[in-house]
Design a protein around this ligand. Structure first.
Ligand code: NAD
Length: 474
């Protein structure tokens, strides 16, 4: 195996994919240039995505719990919201993390260029810096990590700050009286929850028959039920046919599948109907990299494009558009460039929706197994039987595991409930380590924790879960 770490590489885009790639490349001894328009690494995830939304969701959860506390004998007055302070909390979180990445980048002696890159050829980039100056830089290899942007619906294009995408919604300019959320996916439900907790009356419109189309229905159900209480309305099988700026609000025409329409005035509208890859990199046609039909740059398992000198990672190469997938792809691409024998072929990529309750899954889903006619044994452990869930007064959760009935291997895990996002990593590890039902059942989990529900699900597989009574047959 040839191994060369004495290379000069460029990474275009400094999100969780790009900076993870750049940092590893520097750690392996490569000379690294990282190019991004922001002052520090971070990308959409840190500046306008995962991180600010999670800071706001943390606050939303606190507000929701303060309401629930009444049931526990503690009554709080209605929260007084200082919006400027809330915004500055969120902005400080972003500043702290992106600033930290800037320091880590400097410590690794990465040449960080604040600017935008354009291809001159496969190994040369013309970089336009934020001060307008241009520089032509040549490299041995280039990694594209340009990410994605919110998808636009032509019928919902209006030039008014009342129409928002996720970036606008995260700016939190005010607390609107009413908000229409178009799209019941990750962003719509997370940001819808934030606004609802702050006091906005939220209506979610989803064109498909259920929220979060990628997740199993039984996992979505407890979330749907709770969101129904939080939101003004959840309209499934519905789209927004048109929007009109009426000065004092946006008049939206909601169109149900049966053709019936309803007009309603909203203070603001959030459009969250998916994301599009940023593959229109200027000059990319001067390389041999190919862009596929859906706009994703095509790569092999080493994340190499059809041009041997150009690699691409993260949202720009395909679904799922998740930060943790991008980081792993970035590290794989760098190892491939370094000559290591690697491939990006995970058995499970976790998905987490940070609503309350959280929804998380990894590996095979039950819906997928049904669609593929795959024989699986599905076991479920209701959190009503979990001591920890009861102490939290959150019995609505559920942990489920899909096993291969013959080999008893864990194939998929799904969890809905408070803290599901932290718990799912155990499922990913189980799948990656090819754990069997017995391995999970015999792994001593601390009591009292929600993590016990994973162990007990595996016990359900054998019909011997401690906290579930199953009458004997016959
Ligand atoms: P999404 O794909 O999660 O959801 C979009 C939803 O909009 C779907 O349910 C879809 O059926 C619906 N939809 C599409 N067109 C519509 C229309 N015209 N009218 C009504 N509904 C319509 O997309 P998103 O919420 O915009 O998020 C984009 C991506 O960002 C996600 O796929 C995810 O990869 C990433 N993300 C992840 C997290 C997380 O990991 N927690 C959080 C936010 C975003």
């Amino acid at each position: 195996m040839t191994e060369s770490t004495n290379l000069n590489i460029a990474v275009v885009g400094a999100g969780p994919g790009g900076y993870a790639a750049a940092f590893l490349a520097a750690d392996l001894g490569m000379t690294v240039t990282l190019i991004d328009p922001e002052v520090n690494p971070g990308g959409v995830c840190l500046y306008r995505g995962c991180i600010p939304s999670k800071a706001l969701l943390h606050v939303a959860k606190l507000i929701e719990e303060s309401h629930q506390a009444k049931d526990w004998g503690i009554e709080f007055a209605s929260p007084k919201i200082d919006l400027a302070r809330l915004r500055s909390f969120k902005e400080n979180v972003v500043k702290k993390l992106t600033g930290g990445l800037g320091v880590l980048s400097k410590q690794r002696k990465i040449h960080y260029v604040k600017g935008r890159a354009e291809f001159e050829n496969s190994t040369t980039l013309q970089v336009t810096k934020s001060n307008g100056s241009q520089e032509s830089l040549s490299f041995d290899k280039i990694i594209l990590a340009t990410g994605s942007r919110p998808a636009i619906v032509p019928a919902l294009k209006l030039d008014t700050p009342r129409m928002m995408d996720s970036t606008g919604a995260l700016n939190l300019e005010d607390i609107p009286g009413t908000l229409l959320v178009v799209g019941g996916g990750y962003i719509g439900l997370e940001l819808g929850s934030v606004y609802a907790a702050l006091g906005t009356r939220v209506t979610v419109v989803e064109m498909l028959p259920g929220l979060l189309p990628g997740a199993d229905r039984d996992l979505v159900l407890p979330l749907h039920k709770r969101l129904e209480k939080m939101f003004d309305g959840i309209r499934l099988n519905t789209t927004v046919a048109s929007v009109q700026d009426e000065g004092n609000g946006i008049r939206a025409t909601l169109k149900a599948q049966d053709g019936t329409t309803q007009e309603k005035l909203f203070d603001r509208v959030l459009v969250s109907v998916g994301r599009k890859p940023n593959s229109e990199i200027p000059g990319i046609e001067k390389t041999r990299a190919q862009v596929g039909e859906r706009g994703f740059i095509q790569v092999n398992k080493q994340l190499q494009t059809d041009d041997p000198d150009v690699y691409a990672i993260g949202d720009v190469v395909g679904e799922p558009m998740l930060a943790h997938k991008a980081s792993h792809e970035g590290r794989t691409a760098v190892e491939a460039i370094a000559g290591h024998k690697v491939a990006f072929e995970p058995n499970a990529i976790p998905a987490v929706v940070f609503t309350d309750p959280e929804l998380a899954w990894c590996g095979l889903t039950e819906t997928q197994a049904q669609n593929e006619n795959r024989e699986v044994k599905v076991v479920k452990f209701p959190w009503a039987a979990s001591g920890r869930a009861i102490t939290l007064d959150r019995p609505e959760g559920m942990t489920k595991i899909l096993f291969d009935p013959q080999t008893e291997r864990v194939l998929g895990v799904g969890i809905v409930g408070a803290g599901a996002g932290e718990m799912i990593a155990e499922g990913v590890l189980a799948i990656e380590m090819a754990a069997l039902a017995r391995d999970v059942a015999l792994t001593i989990h601390p009591h009292p924790t929600l993590s016990e529900t994973v162990m007990e699900s595996a016990e359900v597989f054998f019909g011997t879960s401690t906290h579930i009574y199953r009458p004997k047959r016959g």
